[in-house]
Design a protein around this ligand. Structure first.
Ligand code: TRP
Length: 370
């Protein structure tokens, strides 16, 4: 088994979620909490399948909501490349939360981060991906009346003023302990976590009262918010709460889908042909030969193709289970399973691309001008 790495900027190896829960000190979303969420969300695929599976202070958020103390949502994107299907999962869930609770959403684009943490990307390249990514964010269907998109380098006037308040309370020792930084780390990286903390209290600053904040995000971002949870109360704000999801695995093997390996991901900008090629080439849980697979069955548990069905492309639990069993018992071959998946992804991406075009017309409604 390959060694696991899960930091906000690198995810690789076989992900052991139980170990992460323990190391990070996260809470599982138990039945009671899930039931409470479902009162507002209705039946939800991402919760039912435990794709969103851990949290911090979600119970606090819901209790306050029931008392009439409404929270706002905050999530973000580091614009290091085009958007892929893995990114859309937390965004789709965030939209469902926004619709269910009728809340404000703050979306942060961390162009500064992607410049500071990359050996290759220029500021101009990151700026281009920021524009491209914003189209995908808008295409997910967030409410334009209730959504604000901040970009760190563009909205530095608002964000930097708050980030220095956070930075003043974070020591170099803390960032070393949490992120493994050392004396050769560039100083921008050391500062950056302060920028990612700001949207977790910016509404409280703007409205001049303390407002709870819930952050839906993939589990790799937890480190930033562990620090934010430590610092924000010192500035007089609530600890930000979170609801966190797993990664959709890469098509070329395990781990998170990485935007740096184009074959391991389906981008929102891919053509039908690209999608077909990538899925056909993908790694599976299948055997060496058809004969062997018929005799011994495949292994859906390690198969990214099966995971695609699980995360997004088979919403019917019974049909998903049938597929699982057919694979295990050697009745369903990988080639066929892939051929059934290709049109589903193509349809999904095509619809997304239409919304992405429309997003250009309403782009400005989402952008914060400061
Ligand atoms: N650092 C994140 C990334 O690299 C982007 C981000 C900023 C974010 N704020 C966030 C992600 C809040 C989730 C929630 O993708």
């Amino acid at each position: 088994m390959s060694e696991m790495t899960v930091t906000p900027w690198e995810v690789k190896g076989e992900i052991d979620y139980n170990r992460l829960i323990e190391e990070f000190g996260l809470n599982l979303i138990n039945e009671k909490l899930e039931a409470k969420l479902k009162k507002y969300l209705g039946d939800n695929l991402f919760l039912r399948r435990k794709i969103f599976f851990v949290h911090r202070d979600l119970d606090f958020i819901l209790n306050e909501f029931e008392k009439g103390n409404k929270f706002y949502l905050y999530t973000g994107r580091g614009p290091s490349g085009h958007t892929h299907i893995g990114h859309l999962i937390p965004w789709i869930f965030t939209k469902q939360l926004q619709d269910a609770f009728k809340t404000k959403l703050i979306f942060q684009l961390t162009d500064d981060e992607k410049f500071l943490f990359s050996d290759k990307l220029s500021i101009e390249e990151v700026e281009n991906f920021t524009k491209e990514n914003i189209l995908d964010i808008i295409a997910v269907g967030f409410d334009p009346e209730n959504t604000e998109i901040y970009t760190d380098l563009v909205n530095s006037k608002t964000l930097y003023k708050q980030a220095v308040r956070v930075a003043k309370k974070i020591t170099f020792s803390t960032t070393k302990a949490v992120f493994g930084f050392n004396n050769s780390t560039n100083v921008g990286k050391i500062f950056f976590t302060s920028m990612q903390a700001v949207p977790a209290f910016i509404e409280s600053v703007k409205q001049n009262k303390n407002i709870p904040c819930l952050i839906p995000h993939a589990i790799d971002q937890d480190a930033h918010f562990r620090i934010a949870r430590d610092i924000l109360p010192k500035l007089g704000y609530y600890k930000p709460a979170s609801i966190q999801c797993q990664f959709i695995p890469g098509l070329t093997g395990s781990g998170k889908m990485s935007a740096s390996d184009p074959n391991s991901t389906v981008y929102t900008t891919d053509s039908e042909k690209d999608i077909e090629k990538k899925i056909k080439k993908a790694f599976t849980g299948g055997r060496e030969t058809i004969e062997e697979q018929k005799k011994l069955g495949g292994n859906p548990d390690i198969c990214p193709i099966f995971k695609y069905y699980f995360f997004l492309f088979e919403k019917d639990d019974k049909k998903l289970e049938d597929r699982f069993k057919a694979c295990k018992t050697g009745k369903l071959m990988c080639g066929e399973c892939k051929l059934q998946l290709i049109p589903r992804i193509q349809k999904f991406i095509k619809e997304h691309q239409k919304k992405r075009e429309k997003a250009k017309e309403i782009f400005n409604e989402f952008i914060v001008k400061d």
